[in-house]
Design a protein around this ligand. Structure first.
Ligand code: SF4
Ligand code: MG
Length: 324
């Protein structure tokens, strides 16, 4: 992901008048974000709502087009307007799993038809019998049974529906899956089962994940590398272990301090303070300065760039200056 930016026009369309250039209101949902994901690994994008993480997910799988920047997959730039056979060849290597499986599964279709849909698109030479066999295999792979294919999505629990969505995502044998909060709508006990399933599938098929979450706990056990997003920009990015052991950016530190103390060390944990500002009117300078205990005048005027230090990079003047 290279210098990716995405701007949305949010000028009130209900005003029902044509707005000219400067009257328009734009939101920079994603601003100059760069990172790379290694084959067979998991890159986690973490941030509060409004941080731009879902926008990045949609940009990667081509549901949205970037305003600036590009996405390069295995040496090929997924440039705007990639169409036809070339686009289809690349598309089948990518899949996406969404937060709400019920909303992403057609309620009027039997599970078999839902899972078979990508096969109809990408395996056009496959006959009905082979397709049914493949759907049965996929259902077994995600911990359901081939008979479940006869039912409809509403006949399953939330966790089972996410298993169906995963089976559908795997149907075309993708290499790369973007997972947008795949467990956030599920009960905690079910979350762990789905995460374990996803890890097992990753090991078995060498899958590469971009895993999006607002929850650092979830990411801790999945991710090789983590990018922490704040108001559309990367605040910190680096190896998961290093980032958990020595968070550099004040925002990452704040997020980690808010993580419930599961090791029961008795250490008191602080809550995340303040609200994420509106992306329509982002603060000047460092976007985090209104919430940052280390902010100074430079922070209020100058946007910090990422500075690499060891296994991670942080966008923070105080880190760069050695103040914290
Ligand atoms: Fe805080 Fe300044 Fe660093 Fe931003 S640049 S995180 S305001 S210290
Ligand atoms: Mg989201």
């Amino acid at each position: 992901v290279r210098h990716l930016s995405r701007r949305f026009d949010v000028s009130a369309p209900w005003l029902n008048r044509k707005l000219e250039g400067t009257d328009k209101i734009y939101v920079n949902a994603v601003k100059d974000v760069s990172f790379s994901v290694k084959k067979g690994e998991t890159f986690a994008l973490v941030g509060e709502s409004g941080s731009g993480k879902s926008t990045i997910a949609r940009l990667i799988v081509g549901l949205l087009e970037p305003t600036e920047g590009e996405i390069v997959f295995d040496g090929t730039s997924l440039a705007r307007g990639l169409r036809g056979a070339q686009a289809r060849r690349l598309r089948r290597r990518f899949q996406m799993i969404f937060q709400d499986p019920l909303a992403s599964l057609n309620p009027r279709w039997r599970v078999t038809d839902i899972i078979a849909e990508p096969l109809r698109v990408f395996e056009q030479g496959m006959n009905d019998r082979a397709r049914r066999m493949r759907v049965g295999e996929l259902l077994t792979l995600v911990g359901l049974s081939p008979e479940d294919g006869l039912k409809f999505p509403h006949q399953f629990s939330g966790g089972q529906r996410q298993r169906i969505a995963i089976a559908r995502a795997l149907a075309a044998r993708p290499e790369f899956i973007v997972c947008d909060e795949p467990t956030s709508a599920l009960d905690v006990s079910v979350q762990a089962q789905i995460l374990n399933l996803m890890k097992d599938l990753q090991d078995e098929f060498g899958l590469t994940y971009v895993f999006i979450s607002h929850n650092l706990q979830v990411v801790r056990h999945m991710a090789n590398e983590i990018g922490v997003l704040y108001l559309g920009r990367l605040a910190e990015v680096g190896e998961a272990e290093a980032l958990f052991a020595h968070p550099q950016h004040p925002y990452t530190r704040m997020l980690l301090d808010a993580v419930p103390d599961i090791e029961m060390t008795g250490r008191r944990r602080k809550k995340v303070e303040g609200e994420i500002p509106s992306p329509i009117n982002p603060p000047p300078g460092c976007p985090f300065h209104p919430r940052c205990p280390f902010a100074n005048d430079r922070c209020r005027t100058e946007v910090p760039g990422l500075t690499q230090r060891g296994a991670q990079a942080a966008a923070c003047h105080a880190v760069e200056e050695g103040r914290i």
